[in-house]
Write a protein that binds this ligand. Structure first.
Ligand code: RET
Length: 274
């Protein structure tokens, strides 16, 4: 006799069988040159950035300056792992879009590993920016919490298949967290950097960061996850270009400034001991 439980398990097996395997997703990535190059380029750039930091920072002595350099390096360490996950197919899935979506009922490629790993990379960007502005740990940790919340709710937006409205609801929640971060960078940290004497560097970083970061929700909204005006290869390159600006270019500017160990950055030999 066919029970409800056995029907459910047949259903589950059928569903799993219909899903693409990781090997198939891996092959799919490399059949799409645009998509594959958007991942591989970033693995190479993250690797070069790590080597650049290690080389540049080798003679540093001040603990505060070193802390900034290490936190900066961790942005690229997370990035190389993130792009390796995407390239291997581990953090990619085909997700069926809900009713009302432009690609309703179709399985679209979701790069959910991007949203997941931003949870770990963006906190380092904010720690470094906050320290360059000589802000306090309350504000730095507030932005760190906000960015984690932004990325996790962004991940929820991308993975929600039940309702289109719920996808955009998650997007709205994520955007609120994002606006708090933008406010702290533009208002609080810009003023604090002025007082700390780091305004020259901070103003450049502020523009690259705020303008660059706004690109992510815009791409999400225009790409396959949102209104599907852009296809997946273009969306992926869009994110990869934004990553180049918000991570590697920002990193190079920070490291070039910090390795000189100016008074505006250093904390003295007993910094961090208490
Ligand atoms: C999402 C979609 C939901 C709404 C918002 C988003 C913002 C994402 C941002 C990402 C920044 C990523 C960076 C990564 C570097 O490693 C999640 C796309 C507001 C701002 C800088």
């Amino acid at each position: 006799m066919v029970t409800t439980t056995s029907l459910a398990s047949i259903g589950t097996e059928f569903f799993l069988a219909a899903e693409m395997t990781q090997t198939e997703i891996f092959e799919y990535v490399f059949e799409d040159t645009l998509l594959a190059s958007s991942f591989v380029t970033n693995i190479a750039l993250a690797g070069l950035t790590i080597l650049f930091i290690v080389y540049m920072a080798r003679g540093m002595t001040d603990p505060r300056a070193k802390f900034i350099a290490i936190a900066t390096m961790l942005i690229s360490v997370v990035s190389i792992s993130s792009y390796s996950g995407l390239t291997s197919g581990l953090t990619l899935s085909f997700i069926e879009m809900p009713a009302g979506h432009m690609m309703e009922g179709e399985e679209v490629l979701t790069m959910w590993g991007r949203y997941l790993t931003w949870t770990f990379s963006t906190p380092f960007i904010l720690i470094v920016l906050g320290m360059i502005a000589k802000s306090n740990w309350t504000k730095i940790m507030t932005t760190v919490s906000m960015t984690i919340a932004m990325c996790v709710t962004g991940l929820a937006a991308a993975l929600t298949t039940s309702s289109l409205m719920m996808r955009w609801w998650w997007f709205a929640i994520s955007s609120i967290f994002f606006l708090v971060i933008v406010y702290v960078i533009l208002v609080d940290w810009a003023q604090e950097a002025q007082a700390a004497g780091t305004a020259d560097l901070f103003n450049t970083l502020k523009i690259l960061t705020v303008v660059g970061w706004f690109g992510y929700p815009i791409l999400w909204a225009l790409g396959v996850e949102g209104v599907a005006l852009l296809d997946v290869g273009i969306t992926s390159w869009g994110y990869s270009i934004l990553d180049i600006i918000t991570k590697y270019i920002v990193t190079v500017l920070i490291i070039m400034y910090v390795v000189k160990e100016p008074d505006t950055i250093t904390g003295g030999s007993d910094w961090g001991l208490s």
